[in-house]
Ligand binder design. Structure first.
Ligand code: ADP
Ligand code: ASP
Ligand code: MG
Length: 407
């Protein structure tokens, strides 16, 4: 078998843990399998590097951020390869560039365009265990890029797809994918299986256990993912195609995302082309807009509010300042003290009243809803950031998720 394993930052946080990972990898190799191991930076290395930059400037160039942040993973691959070699197993470490991960040039949030796996295959055929730096690639100019926070998951799935691997395991610090973040709701329940669709929503809505793009790729290439703990041998969660849609839970999971900023623009002209000009200007700056709400018209004017990530807030603010007069607006607001809380479930589509139940749970806790958006399998609300964890707990209770019986 060809196995791709990915170990996250906490799994390689210190020398002892690196040695334990080396042992696990060596065991798989000894069973006669070919192994590719993708690793993240040790512990909080990436956060520490970002903090270091914040002591220099609030506005670092994205290209240099990528040069910096990619170093974290380079440390891990070398140390893990050294530890595996110490167990007398043939091993080689490779960076994203060496392993042929070609991305676009959107620094700090690059997308993988292609994997040229010739080198990787060659090393595997020579009998080597290959240790690959997650989260990084190169663009067509040979510049280093990174895939966005949590992007090592995506490296692993992209390699599994390119190599047509038999197994792709994502090792992390929890036993699998839970009904919600087990660090927020201790009675959260581990899911044995979750569909790609639901996992993609959960990941996009803030469940950091998998990088959204990794789920997208797994879905596209039909690669089942096994999300499990590197600290024990328990079976984790299998992310795969839905098997039994009729039995889908009404609500499978609750996600929250604090990395949200909310912007509003007031008294814009109510006429064709206004929304176009606003969102085109934001798109030109590569700002990803999430929720959009336009208020009802009064006196030929209305208000438009939208959300983006906190990282894009400053850029979005500059865009608004620039185009404000064009849109006839008489003011705008920007704030980052909000969070998005969402419920996700494939069964929602055929069950009326789910949104009402969600709003009831939040009303019972006196939590005010600032924005609402829905799709067939999710409902999201924007609330005050300080209410987010209480909201997650309230929703988990309301939908009885600890027990998993909603029928
Ligand atoms: P790694 O470094 O291994 O990639 P991450 O910190 O990126 O680990 O992801 C694992 C974390 O995701 C868990 O420690 C947990 O707090 C968080 N998390 C958020 N939502 C969920 C969820 N629904 N199920 C499991 N873990 C979740
Ligand atoms: N080290 C990177 C991060 O912390 C990538 C990853 O861990 O997946 O975001
Ligand atoms: Mg992660």
């Amino acid at each position: 078998m060809l196995v791709v394993q990915k170990y996250g930052g906490s799994s390689v946080a210190d020398a002892g843990r690196i040695c334990r990972v080396a042992r696990r990898v060596a065991d798989v190799y000894e069973q006669g399998h070919q192994v590719v191991v993708v690793v993240s930076a040790m512990g909080d290395t990436t956060d520490e590097l970002i903090h270091l930059v914040s002591e220099i400037t609030g506005n670092p160039p994205d290209r240099e951020m990528d040069v910096l942040l990619s170093t974290g993973e380079q440390v891990s691959i070398a140390l893990l390869a050294i530890a595996i070699k110490d167990l007398d197993k043939p091993v080689i470490s490779l960076t994203g560039a060496q392993v042929g991960i070609l991305t676009d040039n959107s620094h700090t949030k690059a997308r993988i365009l292609k994997v040229n796996s010739t080198r990787l295959r060659g090393e595997l055929d020579r009998g080597n265990i290959v240790v690959v730096a997650g989260f990084q690639g190169i663009d067509e100019k040979n510049d280093i890029t990174t895939l966005g926070r949590g992007g090592s998951d995506t490296t692993a799935v992209a390699l599994a797809a390119s190599l047509k691997a038999d197994l792709c395991e994502i090792y992390t610090d929890v036993d699998g994918v839970y009904t919600t973040d087990p660090r927020v709701v201790p009675e959260a329940r581990k899911l044995d299986e979750v569909s790609y669709e639901e996992m993609l929503e959960l990941a996009n809505l803030g469940a950091v256990v998998l990088h959204p793009r990794s789920v997208e790729l797994a879905m596209q290439y039909k690669i089942p993912l096994h999300v499990r703990s590197s600290f024990n041998h328990n079976l984790g969660t299998i992310v795969k195609e839905a098997v039994n849609m009729e039995k889908a839970l009404v609500v499978t999971g609750v996600a929250y995302d604090s990395n949200v900023a909310k912007l509003g623009i007031y008294n814009v002209f109510d006429k064709p082309g206004v929304a176009y000009r606003l969102f085109k200007a934001l798109a030109d700056e590569k700002i990803n807009v999430d929720m959009i709400v336009q208020s009802a018209m009064r006196d030929d004017r209305n208000d438009i509010s939208f959300t983006c990530t906190q990282a894009d807030l400053n850029k979005a603010q500059s865009v608004l300042e620039r185009i404000l007069p064009d849109l006839g607006a008489d003011g705008f607001s920007c704030e980052d003290g909000v969070a998005k809380v969402s419920i996700v479930g494939a069964g929602m589509v055929s069950n009326p009243g789910v949104a009402a139940m969600m709003f009831e749970a939040l009303a019972e806790k006196g939590i005010n809803l600032e924005m609402i958006s829905t799709s067939e399998i999710k409902v999201s609300v924007i609330i005050r950031e300080e209410d987010a964890k209480r909201a997650v707990q309230a929703l988990h209770d309301k939908f009885n998720m600890a027990r998993g019986s909603q029928e």
